[in-house]
Design a protein around this ligand. Structure first.
Ligand SMILES: [Fe+2]
Length: 344
């Protein structure tokens, strides 16, 4: 009965690994552990072909030790190369090998029990085959998902380039913003997914401006009320552009509310305090920082001490006071100052 429970929970584990593993390393480690626990194996090796780089990655779990290698064909032993070429499973008393194939060879798994241990039973051999078939499919899905993500990042990059040409004023300095997002994420203990969403949002938050008349966007004199109303449409228009892209779903609320103010006087929803998504509160501060630090065609760049004063003055007004505090501490760090200076 216990065995059957393990079998059923393994299917759930595979599903969870596909949906939650952010990268191939975590995915491979999850697969190794699954084999190790389901078959009481002493050694598990998983090899995956890298679809984008044509390289390989190898994860090995032996007793409690684990090792991970990534690179060209040289990271594989001759035996592992053979297994990949063989494209046929091998089922022996204390060793089982299965090549993951789904139209193409995607990798292989090799599990082993130490000599002297109980040999794999017939039931375990059958179970090994069906589990490995499932994993071949899941690996294919995982690769497709990564491919979709890669395409999406390229799409975002092209959109950002187009945006830079059309609305140069909304340009954020990607490298410095990404660095600041990473540091804020670490200090505020944001998840990897939250950090990624913030990165995407920093690239796309003003994408909706592409749909606004460029005359208004490029205007250097003060805007009329009518013109300002048009500008205020850009968060919603930006959301319209990405709303059907599954991978960008978590980015939608961040973009929609990136012009809200902590005191509720922003737009489009006049949200205040915690009503505003955390990502939007962080992004609005970074957006303002970028404009102050690097300057814009219509405003001169400011020195860090002036920026600090301005941010303090806007605590609880434009910005979330707690985020300002975190950010001011980050700005005091010498490594960050050095990093920021390198862009000037
Ligand atoms: Fe904006």
């Amino acid at each position: 009965m216990k065995k059957y429970k393990t079998i059923f929970s393994s299917f759930h584990t595979i599903y969870r690994l596909i949906t939650t593993s952010g990268d191939i390393k975590n995915f491979a480690m999850g697969i190794c552990r699954l084999y190790k626990n389901a078959f009481f194996a002493d050694k598990v090796t998983v090899v995956f072909k890298n679809v984008n780089s044509h390289g390989f990655m190898k994860m090995r779990l032996e007793n409690k030790r684990q090792s991970f290698k990534k690179g060209g064909i040289s990271i594989l032993t001759n035996r592992e190369k053979e297994i990949l070429h063989q494209e046929k499973e091998i089922m022996l008393g204390n060793r089982m090998i299965y090549p993951f194939i789904f139209s193409d060879a995607l990798g292989a798994v090799y599990i082993k029990r130490s000599p002297g241990s109980v040999e794999f039973s017939e039931l375990e051999k059958k179970w090994f085959l069906s589990l490995s078939e499932e994993i071949s499919i899941s690996l294919r899905i995982f690769n497709l998902y990564r491919e979709e993500k890669r395409l999406m990042i390229n799409y975002i990059k092209s959109l950002t380039k187009l945006l830079d040409q059309y609305v140069p004023t909304s340009y954020l300095h990607t490298k410095s913003i990404f660095k600041l997002i990473k540091v804020i994420g670490k200090v505020m203990k944001l998840s990897e997914a939250e950090v990624k969403s913030l990165e995407y949002a920093s690239l796309l938050h003003d994408a909706g401006k592409i749909q606004l008349p460029s005359g208004i966007l490029r205007k250097e004199t003060p805007l009329t009320d009518e013109e300002y109303k048009i500008i205020m449409k850009h968060p919603r228009k930006g959301v319209e552009m990405i709303k059907d892209l599954e991978i960008l779903k978590p980015v939608i609320p961040i973009i929609l509310h990136h012009h809200e103010r902590y005191d509720g006087k922003g737009y489009p929803s006049k949200f205040s305090k915690d009503q505003i998504p955390l990502g939007s509160r962080i992004l609005s501060l970074l957006d303002a920082f970028d404009a102050m630090y690097f300057g814009r065609p219509y405003r001169k760049r400011m020195h860090l001490n002036e920026i600090e004063k301005e941010l303090k003055a806007q605590m609880g007004k434009q910005f979330d006071p707690q985020i300002v505090e975190v950010f001011l501490k980050i700005l005091k760090r010498e490594d960050i100052r050095k990093h920021l200076r390198s862009f000037l």
